[in-house]
Design a protein around this ligand. Structure first.
Ligand SMILES: Nc1nc2c(ncn2[C@@H]2O[C@H](COP(=O)(O)OP(=O)(O)OP(=O)(O)O)[C@@H](O)[C@H]2O)c(=O)[nH]1
Ligand SMILES: [Mg+2]
Length: 356
């Protein structure tokens, strides 16, 4: 029996910084040293809770069912003005592409960080300050203070983690349309390929080599009509398409209603989120099959009015796959350039003004 591990892409957790250690009340007691004076040390700071990007992870299941993450408390101050030890930081590892928000509900969310590069980190909850030892309270009028302050409590926050894999290209399409076969033809990924729907049950990434740089291609599980209301595997995986610069809509050429399948796919994606600003390519698969070949002229007529680049491909024979990948690279580069230009235009430029 094949067992599938449930992938987790969104999770709310509570994080608490460690409490600061209390300050210490103590007096120097030594032979031949009368009135040794106060020597209680300060408490150590509480540990911080850090969230760190670990590129070896693909989802949040490594966090288990744990809901609360607390860093270690700081240690108490000690005699002889010894400072208590600092509490250890608690490190939460998340996959590359994790967005971190703070806030209990989605309408109160504030964006904290987008963890993309390995070891990139964000402070989720700061540890409390250590309390002051009595040595700090000595004054000319009170040379033997009996007081020390308590350590401060650590910051407490509710954090929402959301993984959106970072791919340049995302292959979307109905189940069984040949997404995994295409992914394995254009990258080194080896996804499972089989003649039944929903073979792929979690996103798969592959690297497609390019002249100047490599491109990351993702396949997400198939989308059926009604995916927005949970049919099939649902439409939650579309979150990974949100970051892609190019979507390849891969349609099953052997389906009796290829053109309608495009409409269904479009509708399901629109019901998830408006992704219409993204660059798109439509590819019709399995052109090596005689029945698909026979219906090509009719399909071409229907698709002519769609207004996006269309390729009739066979990932098995390799037909038109090279042309498709060439166009895909070109469109990703173009989208990257446009994104860069937009980012530059949004960057505020402050120029010094002469004083009056
Ligand atoms: N003849 C032919 N068969 C293909 C082609 N591409 C895929 N297939 C077959 O179609 C079936 C489904 O292929 P997959 O690559 O697993 O399809 P998928 O879209 O990843 O399917 P799911 O992951 O289940 O959604 C397999 O039996 C493949 O061998 C093609 O270009 N030509
Ligand atoms: Mg697949």
């Amino acid at each position: 029996m094949v067992s599938y591990q449930l992938m987790i892409y969104k999770k709310g957790i509570g994080v608490v910084g460690g409490r600061g250690g209390d300050g210490c009340v103590s007096f120097r007691r030594e032979k031949y040293v009368p009135f040794g004076g106060p020597d209680g040390g300060d408490g150590g700071e509480g540990g911080n809770v850090m969230i760190v990007c670990n590129p070896n992870l693909v989802d949040l299941s490594s966090l288990g069912r744990r809901k609360e993450f607390a860093a270690e408390n700081g240690h108490r101050g000690e005699r002889s003005r010894r400072r208590g030890g600092r509490g250890q930081d608690l490190v939460i590892s998340v996959p590359a592409g994790t967005m971190v928000f703070s806030g209990a509900t989605s309408d109160q969310e504030t964006f904290l960080a987008d963890l993309i590069t390995p070891r990139q980190r964000v402070l989720a909850a700061r540890g409390g300050r250590g309390g002051l030892g009595n040595a700090r309270f000595a004054t000319a009028v009170n040379q033997a203070p009996q007081i020390a302050s308590k350590g401060g409590s650590g910051e407490k926050r509710h954090i929402i983690l959301e993984v959106k894999l970072i791919a340049d290209i995302c292959i979307v399409g109905p189940p069984n349309s040949g997404k995994s076969t295409l992914l394995s033809a254009i990258s080194k990924a080896k996804p499972e390929i089989a003649d039944y729907p929903f073979t792929t049950r979690q996103p798969i990434l592959g690297v497609m080599p390019g002249d100047k740089r490599d491109f990351i291609v993702a396949e997400i599980p198939g989308l059926v009509e009604g995916a927005h209301s949970g049919k099939g595997l649902g439409n939650d995986f579309l979150r990974h398409a949100e970051r892609a610069k190019l979507l390849i809509y891969l349609l099953d050429g052997s389906s009796p209603s290829v053109f309608d399948d495009l409409g269904t796919l479009d509708k399901e994606i629109a019901l998830y989120k408006d992704l219409s600003h993204k660059a798109r390519i439509v590819a019709v698969s399995k052109t090596d099959l005689p029945e698909v070949r026979a219906s090509l002229p009719a399909m071409q007529q229907c698709f002519a009015k769609v207004g996006v680049p269309i390729f009739y491909i066979s990932a098995v024979s390799g037909e038109a796959v090279l042309e498709l990948t060439r166009k895909a690279r070109e469109m990703v580069e173009q989208a990257s350039r446009e994104e860069e230009m937009k980012a530059q235009a949004q960057m505020a430029v402050f120029r010094p003004k002469p004083r009056k």
